[in-house]
Design a protein around this ligand. Structure first.
Ligand SMILES: Nc1ncnc2c1ncn2[C@@H]1O[C@H](COP(=O)(O)OP(=O)(O)OP(=O)(O)O)[C@@H](O)[C@H]1O
Length: 872
């Protein structure tokens, strides 16, 4: 039922308001009447009071009048008040007194008036009774209506409660509870499903990522989603609950107000009925006082304005109450509107709940399906497992039978094994002692064995070292016999010229076990070379000289020795051969050694050491100790028919001390410097030769030996293309390369044992012919740079060195001859001459006097040694 429905709370309320209006009207009417009656009664009473105060003469009249009035009243009562005046005037004695006549007349008038009033009163009473009846009826009706209203209110309250339930409070809660229960049930089912799933997983471990698990995860997700939705619905429900609660509160308030109104109404009714009773009582009392009627008229007129004022007040109050009712109606309308909204929301919520229900049902259905499927699969798996288990069981039974049979046969074996085990147990018990004993013995034995092995190792090491020495000696001897050119390699340290960064990275490594092996990392490949000896960057000048000194001393015995340094420009050739003043190289050390050697043999031998210094620059041989160093020299065969070569005009100084050597070197340097603008550059572009000749004479045997030591600092090998040389520099490079390739050709010819060796192709090879043709002990010192940027040149130099190493020159011959006594005397005289400050010049070119520091040096040299032609 709706508020606006016919017969609903709205209609009832309207009816109630009508009733209230009626009651108000009635009340005001009753109040008017009451006031009127009171006023009338009061005036009548006052009139009566005034008549009593009149004189004694009038007392009888009054009494008579009163009696007449009473009689009239009685008559009125008897006749109904219709014939009052006629009967009173006919009374005896009244016509005799005019005053009384007047009074009687006025009484009659009053009587008439009274009658009229009585009629009026009767009419009023009739009306009143009719109204009372009506009021009673109305009251009964009102009571009925109130009862009805109460019933309806009760029904409405029930209906409201029902609405309240209908609005979602109860149903939704129920539904929510149902959902929660369902959810719980689903959770339970899920749990049981999970447990089953776990069991199934245990049974089928492989089923890890199967579709059921995925489906389960999906369903779980869905469930979580639904749970979320349910939570949301719950939230909304609680909101609606709150709303409904608020509305219920407002309804309760309205109800309370209605109740209050009803109570007021009842009170009002009661008050009205009380007043009615009072009025009746007043009327009754008025009836009892008919003589006071005279004075009433005036008083009624005076008091009627007050009644009007009261009426106005009642009207204003009525208006106020109507306004209140209007406000109540407004509130009622609003509530109605809210109720309608609530209805709508409830309908929406119902629809949503229906939707959720259907979704839940769907999910539940899906889940049931899945569970059914899983159940089926589980059953199938169980069946399969059961079948397998049965088969396995069968097999196990069969095995068991076999085992039983075996057991029967194994029992005797077991007995034997037990015996064995017992004996083994005993052995095991004794084993630690045995083991300890054995271990002690073993330790002693092992110690002894280790000692023996160590001894053997030491012995072997000693033997090995001896063998190594022997092998080296043998190798050296073999090399000597074969006449191999010995090749030493020397790697200079990385220096500033190599730059920095990747270009300067060291690419050369050494074999720690073999000092003849050198590895070069070239373009990512490791290339190994075997030479006779390799000097690493940290090898000192002394280390190098230690290795070559045996070769040098052999020239004292009359052997020709040649040491030449080969290598790329800047690879350390000059450093190795000349060295620095603080750290001299092979040249100076060789001379010092020779001096000390000859000094040691001075008792038996007479030795003369002389030096020449020459250079080959652009294929021109120059004498650096000569007067005119710019003069080009030739190389010729010795006229003595020995087949030896010599350089006509090459100056030779005899040297006897380190000072002499220094002077000679200084002289050579000065001459070299006068020939060029930049000595360093020039020295790189020319081959420098230090020729040391050691002539000896054995006093006792008369044996004469001549040994020659050629110490050559070759020009730096350089690729023309790489250096980008041009002009003079290009010409120099071409000459250098020509002479070095001539050296290569000679090496190749010697290696391949060709009949013709092209010594004469260059000044260098021609000059070194003796050293390279088997008549010399030759050592090539190949100098290399370790830096990354020079690896190509280093590779070329080392390859060339390996080729040179394989060249066999044949056995070296010693330059010794027995001389006649005269010859010996000649040598002695030569020696004595050498000791004297005289100079012998060979060529006419020596006649020119040198100038400056060079000439003074030359003079000094001439005073200490002597110049003579030198075979090379
Ligand atoms: N073993 C070494 N220890 C220390 N420094 C060295 C060594 N070898 C060479 N050097 C240094 O390397 C530089 C170049 O050496 P050096 O002049 O001897 O080369 P080079 O082969 O004679 O060159 P060029 O062919 O141009 O004459 C010099 O400064 C030198 O002192």
């Amino acid at each position: 039922m709706n508020w606006s429905d016919p017969g609903g709370p709205h209609d009832l309320y309207l009816t109630l308001l009508d009733l209230q209006d009626k009651v108000c009207e009635y009340r005001s009417w009753v109040r008017n009447k009451e006031t009127h009656m009171q006023l009338h009664t009061r005036s009548e009473t006052q009139k009566l009071g005034t008549q009593k105060k009149l004189g004694p003469g009038s007392a009888s009249n009054f009494d008579t009048a009163a009696q007449g009035q009473e009689a009239c009243i009685m008559n009125i009562e008897k006749t109904g008040g219709r014939f009052f005046s006629g009967k009173c005037s006919s009374l005896p004695g009244v016509r005799q007194f005019p005053m009384i006549q007047k009074m009687v007349e006025s009484m009659a008038q009053l009587q008439e008036e009274k009658l009229r009033l009585q009629e009026e009163l009767l009419a009023l009473q009739g009306k009143l009774s009719a109204q009372e009846n009506e009021e009673l009826t109305v009251s009964v009706q009102l009571q009925d209506q109130i009862g009805n209203l109460k019933d309806k209110l009760l029904a409405q309250t029930q209906e409201i409660n029902r609405f309240h339930s209908g609005l979602g409070g109860t149903d939704l809660e129920k539904h929510r509870d149902l959902l929660v229960t369902e959810n719980e049930r689903l959770k339970q089912e899920m749990k049981s499903c999970e447990t089953e799933l776990l069991e199934l997983r245990k049974q089928h471990v492989k089923c890890v990522d199967c579709e059921h698990v995925q489906e389960n995860a999906r369903l779980q997700e869905r469930l979580a989603q639904l749970q979320l939705e349910v939570e949301e619905a719950k939230g909304r429900l609680s909101e609606l609950d709150l709303e409904v609660q608020q509305k219920t509160n407002r309804l309760a308030e309205v109800e309370l107000r209605l109740k209050d109104s009803l109570a007021e109404k009842a009170e009002e009714e009661e008050r009205l009925s009380r007043r009615l009773r009072d009025s009746q009582e007043t009327i009754a009392s008025l009836k009892a006082q008919p003589q006071q009627i005279k004075c009433i008229i005036k008083t009624v007129e005076v008091e009627s304005s007050k009644a009007k004022q009261a009426l106005c007040e009642a009207q204003s109050r009525n208006q106020y109450l109507q306004e209140q009712v209007g406000m109540q109606k407004q509130v009622l309308k609003e509530m109605e509107q809210q109720l309608q909204n609530s209805h709508k929301t409830a309908a929406q919520l119902r629809a949503q709940i229906m939707l959720y229900e259907s979704e839940l049902e769907q999910a539940h259905g899906q889940m049931l399906e899945e569970m059914q499927k899983m159940e089926d699969e589980k059953n199938q798996a169980i069946e399969e497992a059961f079948a397998r288990a049965q088969v396995e069981m069968k097999a196990v039974h069969e095995n068991l039978a076999g085992v039983r049979t075996n057991l029967l046969t194994l029992q005797p074996a077991l007995r034997t094994l037990t015996n064995d085990y017992n004996s083994l147990k005993r052995q095991v018990r004794d084993f630690p002692l045995l083991l300890q004993e054995t271990l002690c013995n073993a330790k002693t034995e092992i110690g002894q064995a280790i000692e023996e092995v160590n001894n053997t190792n030491r012995e072997l090491l000693r033997k090995y070292r001896r063998e190594l020495q022997l092998r080296k000696k043998c190798h050296n001897e073999l090399v000597r016999l074969k006449g191999n050119i010995r090749v030493f390699g020397r790697v200079r340290p990385v220096n500033k010229e190599d730059g920095e960064g990747p270009e300067a990275v060291n690419q050369v490594t050494f074999d720690p076990d073999d000092d003849a092996i050198l590895h070069l990392m070239h373009k990512g490949k490791l290339v190994s070379f075997e030479l006779d000896k390799v000097f690493p960057p940290h090898a000192t000048q002394e280390d190098v000289f230690q290795e070559v000194q045996a070769l040098i001393t052999s020239c004292i015995d009359g052997y020709n020795v040649c040491i030449f340094a080969y290598g790329q420009t800047g690879a350390g050739k000059t450093y190795t051969m000349e060295g620095t003043p603080e750290n001299p190289g092979i040249n100076q050390r060789a001379l010092q050694l020779l001096f000390s050697e000859v000094r040691g043999k001075a008792s038996d031998w007479n030795y003369v050491i002389s030096v020449s210094v020459a250079e080959i620059y652009n294929e021109a041989l120059r004498d650096l100790l000569g007067k005119e160093p710019q003069e080009k020299l030739d190389i010729k065969l010795c006229p003595d028919g020995s087949g030896q070569l010599y350089v006509p005009g090459l100056t030779e100084f005899q040297v006897q001390s380190v000072e002499d050597i220094n002077k000679v070197f200084e002289f050579g340097h000065i001459n070299r410097a006068t020939e060029c603008t930049n000595l360093n550059e020039h020295s790189s572009r020319s081959h420098a030769l230090l020729i040391i000749t050691v002539r000896g004479f054995d006093y006792s045997t008369g044996l004469r030996t001549t040994g020659k030591l050629n110490l050559v600092d070759l020009a730096g090998s350089e690729r023309v293309g790489r250096s980008g040389a041009e002009g003079n520099r290009l010409r120099e490079a071409q000459y250098i390369n020509k002479s070095l390739s001539a050296l290569g050709d000679v090496i190749y010819a010697l290696r391949s044992r060709q009949g013709h060796v092209p010594f004469r192709n260059s000044k260098l090879t021609y000059l070194l012919q003796d050293s390279l043709s088997g008549d010399s002990k030759t050592l090539m010192m190949v100098q290399v740079s370790p830096a990354e940027k020079n690896t190509s040149e280093t590779l070329c130099s080392l390859k060339f060195a390996e080729r040179v190493r394989s060249v066999e020159l044949g056995p070296v011959s010693r330059k010794a001859e027995l001389m006649s006594w005269s010859s010996q005397e000649q040598l002695e005289s030569e020696s004595s001459v050498a000791a004297s400050p005289s100079i012998r010049t060979h060529s006419s070119s020596n006649s020119g006097a040198p100038t400056g520091r060079a000439s003074s040096l030359r003079r000094k040299l001439q005073t200490s040694g002597k110049l003579r032609p030198v075979p090379v």
